[in-house]
Each structure stands twice: as C-alpha cells, then as structure tokens.
Design a protein around this ligand. Structure first.
Ligand SMILES: *Cc1c(COP(=O)(O)O)cnc(C)c1O
Length: 370
C-alpha cells in the first residue's frame, strides 16, 4: 500500500498482534480468546482476528452477533463467543454458523432452545455468572439450579461457564480474589453434582496477567493483545508491543502574523509571527475536540493550537522549522525515536486507553503492516 495516497490513516502492526498473542499464551499457559469486539478495539476486526488466529488464538470474542457474522463471512473458522445478549430470532443463524452464545436467564435460554429445535439443530451456549461485576449474569447462588435446568433443555449444548471481573485492573485490591472465590465455590458445587461444564473462563487481560488462579481453561484478552495496558496499575510485562499508530500529514504550512486567531472561536491567538501547520485530522476521526494535545513532526513534539475541527487541526511548528506540506505528523506512535502512546493521549483526555482506540472512526483507512 502506497502511503502517499493517504492524508490521514491508522497503521496496524499485525506482527505486534501476533507477538502479543504469543506472549499471552506463554504467560498464561491456557488457550487464548482474542477479544475483537468494537472493530477490534478500533484496529480492524477481521485483520486482527486473522493475525490472532495465526498466532494460535483458539477463540475470538465479540459483543454482538453481527460482529460474529462478519467474522464468519470473512471465512474465519475458529470458535467465536458472543459475550453480550443475542436476540432469540438470531439463534438459527448462530447455530448454522457455529457461533457460541452467552446465556444468563432462563427466559432467553428457553427461547434459544425452542429456536434451535425448530431449526433442527442445537445451539452451543456458555452460562454467564455475575460474581460481582454487577452486569450480566446469574448470581452464583442460582448457578446450580440454573445449570441443571439449562442442561435439560433439548436445544441447548451447555459447553461453558464464565464470569467477568470488575476490578482486575486494580491488582492491589482484594475484589478479584473475592469474585474468584465466589465463582470457584459455584464450580465446586457444580463438580459435586456432575454439572460442571467442560470449559471454564474468567479472566480479561488484567486478570490473565495478574491473577494466575483465574486463568482456568481460557483467558479472554483484548487490551493486552493490542499491546496496551489494562490500567496504570496493571502495566504490561516486557515484550508486549502496541499495534496501533495514528498518522496524518501537513496539508498547509504558513507563517501567521502576530495576534492572529486560530480555528473556531479563536481559542488560540498567535503571540508573534508563528509558523502554523494544518494537519488533516479532526474530531470526526476520533481526535477529540479539545485544546492541549501534542503531535510529532520531524521527531519534535509540537502543540495543537486552538480548537480541533471536524477534519483538521492546527499545530505550532516553531519546534520543527523544516516542516513542509506533505510531511508526516504522528498523533499516536513513534517518529525518529520519539513517541506518543495511546496511554499518553488517554491521560490528556482524562479517559482510558480503551476509549481512545475504540473511538478511532470508521473513515480512517487502516493500513495493515505484516
Ligand atoms: C471486553 C471483554 C473482555 C476483554 O477485556 P480486556 O480488558 O480488553 O482484556 C473480556 N471479557 C468480557 C466479558 C468482555 O466484555
């Protein structure tokens, strides 16, 4: 792909994805589910999925059935779990496409069973347990009875049971251990009754890395696969590599006279004659509309000036006087040994790295580096 053809783009290093899946496999010693919901955390779902599978991921995890169907349409054949809700009307399609669904309440589960039977098949499901996340799932106390009932439904194959941690990215807190204990007690009770499903999973990236006892048969890793830290307290071990870079080009460079307002509402006014560049990136690309961000030009950190517009923003080029129209400007990633990380931008925007990458807009071309 000729990068000269683009003015703003995402570069996705698929080698980093493969490397990170290898690292997770090596550290956890379990199967890995590559979590690729939300367009692969903004990275590009299909290409990331292929890379994850090539590196040995046995499963892919998505939030919605639509995402799973896109993966199947792309010819991806590994196991896929839809971790969110699936409308019962989708069950026949899911069964045909060998997509595994999540169940957590008897009403939906019984509708799934009926749908599967009327389509002449069975649907494979995993039971979700709410061990403390306060989101989807049956409570641990309901688990034995619910699993007994689910197992008796003729249209269901209850293959797995799982839970999700609320505070695994705060590894010093006891919450994950407490959730794990509640989940493990349920597993023991199920074992006693001969009801324990053959696949057990609990860990997101943070728990996979920092709570070894929660690894069970499978770890569900999103953020670490993309080479990003679950939180500032749950930092990735050495050897992981971020996969995403956000790059643009200068599409105008000019000297502005002193006292000249820059961008909507003139939130920046030049103090003297200043060299100002326009980058072809804006909030419609996922680069937020706020003052105070930085970018890299010729390896120099340059400030964004004034309001970020929909499709463009302005930068002060005093630190990079050699900058010319057409030069690359990096908003996330490396340039000449300097770097701006997703985490840097997240701190700047007062949010988490997950939200930064998921916010990368659909219109950005994604350039995949093998
Ligand atoms: C998104 C998600 C994950 C992945 O979480 P990371 O912190 O990105 O590893 C795992 N499990 C469930 C249920 C999820 O929704």
């Amino acid at each position: 792909m000729d990068l000269d053809s683009f003015s703003t783009w995402l570069e996705i290093d698929l080698g980093a994805i493969r490397n990170n899946v290898h690292k997770l496999t090596e550290i956890c010693g379990t199967s890995v589910m590559g979590v690729v919901k939300a367009n692969g955390y903004g990275h590009g779902m299909v290409e990331v999925s292929r890379a994850a599978v090539a590196a040995g991921a046995a499963w892919l995890g998505v939030a919605r059935i639509e995402e799973a169907l896109v993966l199947r349409q792309a010819g991806i054949q590994c196991r896929i779990l839809v971790m969110g809700f699936t409308p019962p009307a989708r069950v026949p399609e899911a069964a045909v496409q060998n997509i595994t669904l999540t169940v957590y309440d008897p009403q939906a589960a019984s509708a799934y069973s009926e749908q599967a039977i009327s389509a002449g098949s069975k649907i494979t499901v995993h039971l979700k347990i709410d061990s403390g996340m306060g989101r989807l799932g049956a409570f641990p106390g309901e688990g034995v009875e619910l699993l007994r009932w689910l197992t008796a439904q003729p249209g269901l194959d209850v293959e797995g049971i799982f839970t999700h941690f609320a505070r695994a990215d705060e590894p010093k807190l006891p919450t994950t251990k407490w959730q794990l204990q509640r989940f493990t007690e349920l597993l023991d009770a199920l074992q006693e009754q001969g009801l324990r499903p053959r696949l057990v999973h609990a860990s997101n990236s943070a728990a996979a890395l920092f709570t070894p006892k929660a690894r069970f048969d499978l770890v569900r890793c999103g953020i670490a696969m993309y080479g990003l830290c679950p939180s500032s307290e749950a930092v990735l071990p050495d050897g992981f590599r971020p996969a995403l870079s956000l790059k643009s080009r200068l599409i105008s460079v000019k000297n502005m006279p002193g006292g000249h307002g820059i961008s909507y509402n003139h939130r920046y006014v030049t103090r003297r004659e200043e060299r100002v560049g326009v980058a072809a990136i804006g909030y419609a690309d996922g680069f937020r509309r706020r003052v105070g961000a930085f970018a890299l030009v010729h390896g120099q950190r340059v400030p964004v000036l004034g309001s970020v517009c929909m499709d463009m923003c302005m930068v002060k080029l005093d630190q990079a006087p050699q900058a010319r129209v057409g030069d690359e400007i990096v908003f996330i990633g490396q340039q000449n040994g300097q770097g701006i990380s997703v985490e840097d931008l997240a701190a700047e925007w007062n949010t988490i790295d997950y939200e930064v990458v998921c916010g990368m807009s659909a219109r950005l071309p994604r350039i995949f580096l093998e």
